[in-house]
Design a protein around this ligand. Structure first.
Ligand code: PLP
Length: 441
């Protein structure tokens, strides 16, 4: 959509909302639809080609308004998570459409997804242990539980452990910042020998610092054979898996119990939108399900449709899936793939500019839209470099530490970014580096 069309559509939307308020007294307060009404009204997968805004608005009246906010809000979310799951080519085990136990839900953030998966895994293990040894108290079991992640995982994983009062062991990675199966296996042996109970592992696909990928093909079978809940955090990288050429990075997802990524990061869906899929919903909701009289009055259909209040920490929900529906249809899979590919291509353009300048070095395998680079030399030199870049205010760069190195991260984020912006950024970085060299002589 160009900016002029954007303005026109925005005005139409405001008119629609005003018309809704003007006619609100003629509308039903309680919908007359049956559970499951929505799925047959829309296609079973996202369109490949973009659709028109007019078609979408017509469907708001045809599909959404008869179901008001509820059950339309729930039902559209279930279908959108199936659409998105199919765009990623997730195993059928994760899709509601397949008729099994799997399904997806929108969470507020990747941090919440990691936490709720951890809480579900904790509940599952406590239940299993108590079934085996009914005399074991919950506190005794809790004190022995141990969860795992890599030292490159996002801080939210460690924080989930802190919130859930669970020991979170951070394991070392290989030279590519990737966690390998053998490292996990050794840690499990050590902990089991100490009488601890391993129960949860959070893998990362696309780490925040360097966009590294844990080896889930090695890690997954170990988790499965050791009865460990494997959660995958692909907060940033997950969007790229809609492109067939990047989908192999997700191979091994079939071993996981839950998988999450943020369409709000790199799939043009506005926050909050973090998509979480689970393989076995009964295990997952075990940690959150609690019924109360004031919730049952309005829920005579409970059990017939997915009841998302049992899939999350908050009780109330907002209509996040409308945003997904609009984005998937207005862009189509084709344009979303083009958007991801453009960013990856521009990342490689930046990488090659850096490689041509002997003063710099690249610190990661550039796989998606993130380039980790630095000037050859001390950390102090690079700290000075980033300070000068950010102080100038023309481009913004966030650093990270890889092992003992201070590294700059060039991240492609904006929808409108073009080659000329990459060239502009590099030109600025080069000039600042030249000044820096003079000052450090
Ligand atoms: N996991 C990874 C790999 C991330 O890169 C990030 C944020 O950058 C997060 C988790 C946290 O995401 P959120 O802000 O949605 O909690």
């Amino acid at each position: 959509m160009d900016l002029e069309e954007f303005r026109t559509r925005g005005k139409e939307m405001v008119d629609y909302i005003i018309e809704y308020w003007e006619t609100i007294e003629q509308r039903r307060a309680y919908p007359a639809v049956q559970p499951g009404y929505l799925r047959p009204l829309i296609p079973d997968s996202a369109p490949h080609e973009p659709e028109s805004f007019a078609d979408l608005m017509a469907d708001i009246e045809r599909v959404i308004m008869p179901g008001a906010s509820s059950p339309a809000c729930t039902e559209l979310e279930t279908v959108m998570l199936d659409w998105l799951g199919k765009m990623l080519n997730l195993p059928e085990d994760f899709l509601v459409e397949a008729g099994g136990e799997g399904g997806g839900v929108v969470q507020g953030s990747a941090s919440e997804s990691t936490l709720v998966a951890l809480l579900a895994a904790r509940k599952k293990m406590i239940t299993q242990m108590q079934a085996k040894c009914p005399d074991l108290g919950e506190h005794t079991i809790m004190s022995k539980l141990v969860a795992y992640t890599s030292e490159e995982a996002h801080s939210s994983v460690e924080r989930a452990g802190m919130i859930a009062s669970i020991k979170m062991r951070k394991l070392p990675t290989d030279e590519k910042f990737c966690l390998r199966g053998e490292t996990l296996r050794q840690a499990l042996e050590e902990d089991k020998a100490l009488g601890l109970i391993p129960f949860y592992f959070c893998a990362t696909l696309g780490t925040t610092s360097s966009c590294a990928f844990d080896n889930i093909m090695e890690l997954g079978p170990i988790c499965n054979s050791e009865n460990i809940w494997m959660h995958i955090d692909a907060a940033y990288a997950g969007s790229a898996f809609i492109c067939p050429e990047f989908r192999p990075l997700l191979n091994g997802v079939e071993f996981s119990d839950s998988f999450n990524f943020n369409p709000q990061k790199w799939l043009l869906v506005n926050p909050h939108c973090s998509a979480l899929w689970v393989k076995r919903r009964s295990e997952f909701i075990g940690a959150f399900k609690m019924d109360h009289i004031y919730l049952s009055q309005d829920h005579q259909n409970s059990g017939l449709v997915t009841d998302y209040r049992h899939w999350q920490i908050p009780l109330g929900r907002i209509f996040q899936s409308l945003k997904m529906w609009f984005v998937f249809r207005m862009y189509g899979i084709k344009r979303l793939q083009e958007y991801i590919r453009k960013h990856v291509c521009l990342a490689h353009e930046f990488e090659s500019l850096v490689r041509q300048d002997g003063r710099f070095e690249i610190e990661n395998d550039v796989i998606l839209g993130l380039v980790c680079f630095r000037m050859k030399g001390s950390n102090e030199l690079n700290e000075d470099l980033i300070q000068r870049i950010n102080k100038m205010g023309k481009i913004h760069i966030v650093p990270c530490r890889l092992r003992d190195k201070f590294v700059l991260r060039f991240a492609l984020c904006a929808e409108t970014v073009e080659s000329k912006h990459v060239q502009y950024a590099w030109q600025n970085i080069k000039e600042i580096a030249t000044d820096l060299e003079k000052d450090h002589q």
